[in-house]
Design a binder for this molecule. Structure first.
Ligand code: FAD
Length: 446
């Protein structure tokens, strides 16, 4: 029986421990804090957006590595893992998966039940200090001065792992917080604190091309040529800058000094924006610029756009060119980025152990057999929507199975229990879309 240490009892650590335990290993989870599963409780505003129905490797910063891992453990099989665990779940907007209970605690409860059933031992309040090779085995040194030896060690300590935890030849990418609110210049957004809008955000990669699009009033072809990063969703204005899901997603691509553009009317193309505003001016010739825009957007946002367009909010609109400028600013309201507003609010840390040093199908270190890493400890992150936790489960299960010397079918056992759990999901109206992987590599939809 293989003796396996899992360092970190968060999302990837629990998944790894369960998979290793199910494959027959003698598994201990060493968790630095007072209980396992704590980081999961804070996710999804306490609801745990644990996966997504539409997981693509292109949603991650290391798509090739993630794709290779997902070839071994497809996203559907991760849902199967949870159905098997006894978790009833459902799909919400944009494919986001939540426990049916709407409580992150339920996810932790089922993971802990599975861990106990697989014989996993939890040791809390025990922080690992370093991991070193010891005659073909692995010695883990703990902060309290004790140590123990294992056949395999899975490092699942989360974002910003200590460099010195693993052998020094494992390459390390410098870490920084992402999925976070952004600090911006605030002159143009004074008075907007607390206001939420649905918008498109994009960067200044090709700002010149975009401004040229507006020179000839609007040239849709030039407009469509924009290939830079963009995100859609909620933007929440703050005293310090901007927050909200669209901003969190953009924070993965932005550098201090970049200009972020807000398109307040992402459902209209430039010409439609001009035509609509012009139509309003023709219909309501006595309304001021702020009043015209207040029929379209929240009144404080409307005023901010008019001011940014260089017009007096209390004047009526007289010239056609003023309409064009208003349309242009409602599509490209610009804010200069100063940086991440509060690193403590970041959901994910970019950086960590370089994926080039790990095998994507097992998460084993290429230069150190028996040493594995999973979850955010590896330099992998994704946008909001359940993708980061999905990576934690995927990498954790793969590492757990391999560390125990098992195979994927052992790690994700296909049983009648699973079928009944899935039937339960279906009966509750959950859109699980679960597929069962068959031994010959084909799939059956249940
Ligand atoms: C507020 C918030 C909300 C989020 N919401 C979502 C969401 O809804 N959906 C989503 O997909 N992602 C979400 N995330 C991201 C997601 O939580 C992480 O990507 C995921 O938890 C990473 O899993 P992990 O196992 O790598 O690390 P973690 O889950 O962070 O677990 C690491 C564990 O290791 C322990 N540890 C650290 N060092 C040591 C050590 N030396 N020895 C022993 N133990 C150690 C820690 O105490 C911790 O318990 C959110 C993150 C935050 C902060």
């Amino acid at each position: 029986m293989k003796k396996v240490a899992v360092l970190g009892g968060g999302a990837s650590g629990l998944a790894a421990a369960i998979a290793a335990g199910r494959c027959g290993a003698d598994v201990t989870v060493f968790e630095a804090s007072d209980r396992v599963g704590k980081p999961i409780l804070a996710t999804g505003n306490g609801r745990c957006n644990f996966s997504n129905a539409d997981i693509m490797s292109s949603d991650y910063n290391r798509p090739d590595f993630v794709q290779a891992a997902m070839n071994m453990l497809p996203p559907e099989d991760v849902l199967l893992f949870f159905a098997d665990a006894g978790l009833l779940f459902r799909q919400e907007d944009e494919g986001r998966m939540y426990p049916y209970s709407n409580k992150a605690n339920t996810v932790v409860d089922v993971l802990r039940m599975c861990a106990a059933e697989a014989g996993v031992v939890e040791q809390c309040g025990v922080a690992a200090k370093s991991v070193e090779e010891a005659g073909g085995r692995w010695r883990v040194l703990f902060e309290d001065g004790t140590c123990d030896e294992f056949d395999s060690v899975i490092v699942a300590v989360g974002g910003g792992p200590a460099k010195g935890l693993v052998p020094s030849d494992i390459r390390y990418k410098k870490t920084h917080p992402v999925l976070a609110p952004l600090k911006t210049d605030t002159k143009a957004i004074k008075g907007l604190n607390g206001t939420r809008v649905k918008a498109r955000l994009y960067l200044d990669d090709d700002g010149k091309v975009l401004s040229e699009a507006w020179m000839d009033v609007v040239d849709p072809e030039v407009e469509q040529a924009y290939q830079g990063p963009e995100t859609y969703g909620e933007v929440l204005f703050r005293e310090y800058g901007i927050s909200g899901i669209a901003v969190f997603d953009l924070s993965r691509m932005v550098q201090p000094g970049n200009t972020v553009y807000i398109d307040f009317l992402p459902d209209m193309d430039p010409q439609e924006k001009v035509d609509y505003i012009y139509g309003q001016v023709m219909t309501h010739p006595n309304r001021t610029a702020a009043q015209i825009m207040s029929g379209i957007l929240p009144s404080n946002v409307a005023r901010a756009i008019v001011v940014a367009a260089g017009l007096n909010p209390d004047d009526v609109i007289l010239a056609e060119q003023e309409v064009v400028v208003l349309a242009m600013v409602s599509e490209s309201f610009s804010l200069e980025v100063k940086g991440v507003a509060n690193p403590k609010q970041a959901q994910v840390t970019r950086g960590g152990y370089n994926v080039k040093d790990f095998d994507p199908s097992t998460m084993e270190c290429l230069s150190h057999a028996g040493l594995y890493a999973a979850g955010e400890a590896l330099d992998i992150d994704a946008r909001c929507g359940g993708y980061n936790l999905h990576w934690a489960w995927t990498s954790g299960i793969l590492a757990g199975v391999a560390a125990a010397g098992g195979s994927m079918l052992d790690g994700v056992p296909l049983s009648d229990v699973m079928a009944s759990a899935m039937a339960g999901n279906a009966a509750a109206g959950a859109e699980t879309g679960v597929y069962v992987s068959l031994p010959d590599g084909s799939q059956r939809e249940d």
